[in-house]
Design a protein around this ligand. Structure first.
Ligand code: AMP
Ligand code: GLY
Length: 428
């Protein structure tokens, strides 16, 4: 069987790696892929842009691709899954309407309100005066979000009312995020610990993947600007069995049922970014219409179930009665980034040390194969992933592998998993 994974990040390398493990899979094509998907067993990059649907569809048809998995949110939000399906191809991912759960924060907040799904109190505005008036009525900190896609960077947590005002003006004037900021969502600040809860849905039924937690901030101690994610681990200790059940009952079930009821059944990966308060009650921070990055890497590292069979079952509405199984071990991923990320950074630096990795897996993100050398080509470059009996062990092993790798300006956080390690040591 031949599979196509679209995208070029760590998530796509993780999904392609998992798909390639399936005994029935002979080839995993990746459009356009990265150096990792260029060199791994059974994988092959195809140089087509992730939003060039006509070319991807033509390629999939010509090569008898049995399943396409759309990796990133950008193609999903503009309707990639609908286009593949209309061309008669089997494709996992929500259609354009369902992908609005991520593509429009105001749509997603209104949806949650309508279906009684717990989330932060909010208002949604196109008019700056009304937005500022609303913000002034709230206590600080105040969370301000651009409505549309902004690569994880469209969220500002304003500490004062005057910062809230200038952020609102900046977003609504189109300076900060262009079209994506033509509408803003203003919401209350939630306290607690974050967790990522990702499921696969077939329109009616869903199965949860192992839980995970990521570190979005650029610097140690969860300080500094927000990034796409500097590291992640699975499982998330904050999601106890009781919290797990609450998330399924209060968030996932009503979301899948609500989308079906509203006429756009959700088929694909659904990622709920959650805040768990001190009493173990979940609230939704955001929905994503795809797998997490870097959460994919530790979750796929632990998954024992055949990803391809699972995706096919979802596209055929057959998830009821299926199971997803995971290793009991903990998996932890340290993201190695280009110095300066999430701001400006250099590209084209040669990466040393990738040949001798043992005792873990290095997933690639912003890398490129050039003249036989692997070079950096993006902000997040590698996701170094290891398993361990404890978070401490997985963390030690991942950092051991990290120390064998190098390139000019290489940057990584040195504390991925610190909360879970503290819990394990009885310090939290
Ligand atoms: P988002 O892009 O919506 O996931 O937001 C990015 C990050 O901002 C989240 O992972 C949280 O750390 C933080 N954040 C977003 N909304 C809230 C909120 N209402 N309360 C507290 N933190 C939030
Ligand atoms: N790691 C955060 C995300 O995938 O949205």
């Amino acid at each position: 069987m031949k599979i196509l994974v679209t995208g070029s990040g760590g998530r796509e390398h993780g999904l392609a790696w998992s798909a390639a493990k399936s005994a029935e899979v002979e080839r995993v094509y990746v459009t356009p892929g990265n150096a990792g998907t260029a060199i791994d067993d059974k994988m092959e990059n195809v140089d087509i842009d992730v939003v060039d649907f006509d070319a991807q569809i033509e390629f999939a048809q010509r090569n008898d691709v049995a399943l396409t998995i759309i990796g990133p949110e950008v193609p999903l939000v503009v309707g990639a899954a609908d286009k593949f399906q209309a061309a008669g191809l089997t494709c996992l991912g929500p259609g354009k309407e369902a992908a609005r759960l991520e593509g429009s924060k105001s749509f997603s907040k209104d949806f949650m309100k309508r279906h009684g799904i717990p989330t932060a109190l909010y208002g949604s505005f196109e008019n700056a005066d009304l937005a500022i008036e609303f913000a002034n009525s709230m206590s600080t900190p105040i969370v301000i979000k651009a409505d549309g896609l902004a690569a994880g960077k469209g969220v500002v947590i304003a500490q004062t009312h005057s910062e809230a005002k200038s952020t609102i003006l900046d977003m609504l004037s189109g300076n900060a995020f262009g079209e994506a900021g033509a509408r803003v969502v203003i919401e209350e600040f939630l306290e607690g610990e974050e967790a990522s809860f990702i499921v696969i849905a077939d329109g009616k039924n869903f199965l949860p993947f192992a839980t995970s937690q990521d570190h979005k901030a650029a610097f140690d101690g969860d300080k500094g600007p927000n990034t796409g994610g500097m590291g992640a681990y699975s499982p998330a200790p904050v999601v106890t069995p009781e919290v797990h059940k609450r998330i399924e009952d209060r968030v996932i079930k009503p979301t899948i049922a609500g989308m079906a009821e509203d006429g756009h059944p959700y088929i694909g990966f659904l990622y709920a970014g959650l805040m768990i308060d001190k009493d173990g009650n979940p609230k939704v921070i955001e929905f994503n219409c795809r797998f997490g990055d870097p959460e994919t890497q530790p979750v796929m590292m632990r998954m024992k179930t055949d990803l391809v069979q699972l995706c096919l079952a979802a596209t055929q509405g057959r998830l009821e009665g299926e199971r997803i199984e995971f290793e009991d071990q903990v998996a932890l991923t340290v993201v190695i980034a280009s110095g300066g990320y999430p701001g400006d950074y250099a590209k084209g630096c040669t990466i040393q040390g990738l040949g001798e990795i043992e005792g873990g897996k290095v997933f690639h993100a912003g890398t490129k194969l050039e003249d036989g050398e692997i070079k950096t080509s993006g902000g997040r470059v590698l996701g170094v992933t290891a398993l361990g009996q404890t978070v401490g062990e997985a963390q030690a092993q991942a950092y051991k592998l990290v120390r064998d790798l190098s390139f000019d300006g290489m940057y990584y956080r040195s504390d991925i998993g610190y909360r879970a390690v503290a819990r394990e040591n009885g310090d939290a």
